[in-house]
Ligand binder design. Structure first.
Ligand code: UN1
Length: 512
């Protein structure tokens, strides 16, 4: 097998100036064909940390052509051999975990401890899917006719377009690229230009580990038309997209009209139910972590608390007190718990939603303004914010804000809690705090989400379980776990008739 040919990247800087991130096509690091570049700034300081190619349709053409060529040979490499490259990559990633975590925090602002957690989540996925290289399980079942064998094998599909967001700039790409490539597909990877460096780091590490040229191609572009060209390209067979519901609907519609396999992983409006018998201190810790960890910028973030009215005041008092202790700042600093939001547009969107909440008559308990002060100049900081007496129809109870804003909705009982929980367009994650096992199981049965927690918050899914949601959170696929292979493989039913005569299924019943 040919091993990766690495061409040096153009002008990697070591003087602390902005890094010039490159595309990677057909085993070569390269600038965009038309030469465009965009600046990327650290959301904590405003410093330009990198410039990224502003690619055009020409770059997409080159990347898809490269992936198509590579597919002809990559699909024939035995899966255990393909997976060995990923084991080697996982070892390199493990060695470089700390450095990668720091780069992640500089790129998109999450606090260092969480960046380390995300790098670990990606490493876990690389190892897990490398194990699939020796499984990729098919099935056998009995045939109804004598001297006949029936089985199901998994085939790779072709070229995968992996389109990934900035909020999990390493682990989400691993969810898509590891199963796709280990199953024998090749890929064009278009990461968010808002957190660019971990994508190039992952590609560089896979190349160092021996991934052949063309198997994985990296193209940066922030232009919607370029993403659209990738989705519609006739050389792309599968699209795996994580991002906003608005864009995801367009991706799914375009792919659907072209009969392509498409998996979209979209928004959430995740809720924690707190019943009167819950351990309130535990619930408070979980809610604060779920709502304000990653500055609320996870699709699994807690954005609603549905509380039984008899404990509403007690819960609110503890939540506000705990929230006031959170330290806001640059995620690289030890002890900081809440980092910046990704960019000015995100900050302004949060501000607009807080205005909406106030206009709708929700009661502001804490926060509700930009965070300012020494050390915060130049960054995009917002105070952790809690509204209460929110009613289910309010926009702040229905729409994904993607920032540190939490809505508390009081209810009478579990029935009403479940109705409110399910009364939003999304169904990603949810949680219930109770000591009553019967109520816990009723929630397990009746809540419409893809991920449900009992006595734990809404974030922190592990990579061996399926990740995804119901209703407008996605289109029914799951990432991670054994389910994560399904999107990237075609099932082929194979019959081998070794009877030496014509045997007609459903007709020649007396042959047996
Ligand atoms: C996301 O927010 O897009 O369950 C992914 C979690 C993480 C993944 C979040 N393991 O919170």
């Amino acid at each position: 097998m040919q091993t990766g040919v690495t061409t040096a990247e153009p002008r990697r800087r070591t003087d602390g100036g902005p890094e010039e991130v490159a595309n990677y096509i057909d085993g070569r690091w390269q600038a965009a064909v038309r030469g465009g570049r965009l600046e990327h700034r650290d959301p904590a300081t405003g410093r330009v940390v990198a410039t990224v190619p502003e690619s055009t349709v020409e770059d997409i053409e080159a990347a898809v052509a490269s992936a198509r060529r590579a597919f002809a040979t990559w699909r024939l490499v035995p899966a255990p051999r393909r997976a060995e490259i990923f084991y080697r990559a996982a070892e390199i990633l493990t060695r470089r975990k700390e450095e990668l975590a720091r780069r992640m925090t500089e790129d998109m602002g999450k606090v260092l401890e969480e960046s380390r957690g995300e790098v670990q989540e990606g490493i876990d996925m690389v190892y897990y899917m490398a194990g699939e290289g020796r499984r990729l399980l098919g099935e056998t079942m009995p045939a109804e006719l004598p001297n006949k064998f029936a089985m199901v094998v998994r085939d790779p599909i072709g070229v995968v377009a992996a389109i990934t967001p900035w909020n999990f700039p390493f682990s989400i790409p691993t969810w898509k690229l590891c199963p796709a490539l280990i199953a024998g597909n090749t890929a064009v990877f278009k990461p968010s230009s808002d957190a660019p460096r971990l994508a190039r780091d992952f590609v560089a590490i896979l190349t160092e580990a021996g991934l052949p040229p063309g198997v994985l191609n990296l193209v940066y572009s922030a232009a919607p038309a370029v993403g659209d060209a990738l989705v519609r390209h006739p050389g792309v067979d599968v699209i795996s997209f994580t991002g906003s519901t608005a864009v995801g609907k367009q991706v799914a519609a375009a792919a659907g009209s072209l009969m392509k396999r498409v998996s979209v992983e979209l928004g959430g409006k995740n809720a924690v139910i707190v019943l009167a018998d819950a351990d309130l201190d535990l619930a408070v810790e979980a809610i604060v972590w779920g709502a304000f960890g990653t500055t609320g910028q996870r699709c699994t973030a807690t954005s609603r608390v549905i509380v039984q009215r008899s404990v509403q005041a007690a819960l609110e008092e503890r939540l506000v007190a705990r929230t006031r202790t959170l330290r806001i700042g640059n995620g690289l600093e030890e002890g900081v718990q809440v980092g910046p939001v990704i960019h000015r547009a995100a900050l302004e969107k949060i501000e607009r939603y807080v205005e909406v909440g106030l206009a709708e008559g929700a009661r502001l308990l804490v926060g509700g303004r930009r965070a300012e002060g020494p050390g915060l100049e130049g960054g995009h900081y917002y105070e952790p914010t809690i509204f209460t007496d929110v009613t289910p129809g309010m926009r702040i109870a229905q729409e994904e804000i993607f920032g540190p804003v939490l809505a508390i909705l009081p209810v009478e009982d579990l029935d009403e809690a479940i109705e409110v929980m399910n009364g939003v367009p999304y169904g990603l994650s949810g949680s219930i705090f109770t000591r009553n096992v019967n109520d816990a199981f009723r929630a397990i049965r009746d809540v419409s989400v893809g991920i449900l927690y009992v006595n734990a918050g809404t974030t922190g899914a592990e990579i061996q379980t399926p990740f995804g949601g119901t209703r407008q959170t996605g289109n029914g696929h799951r990432e991670a776990g054994t389910a994560g292979i399904d999107v990237f493989t075609e099932r082929k039913a194979v019959y081998v008739d070794y009877s030496g005569r014509l045997q007609r299924a459903q007709i020649d019943l007396d042959l047996a």
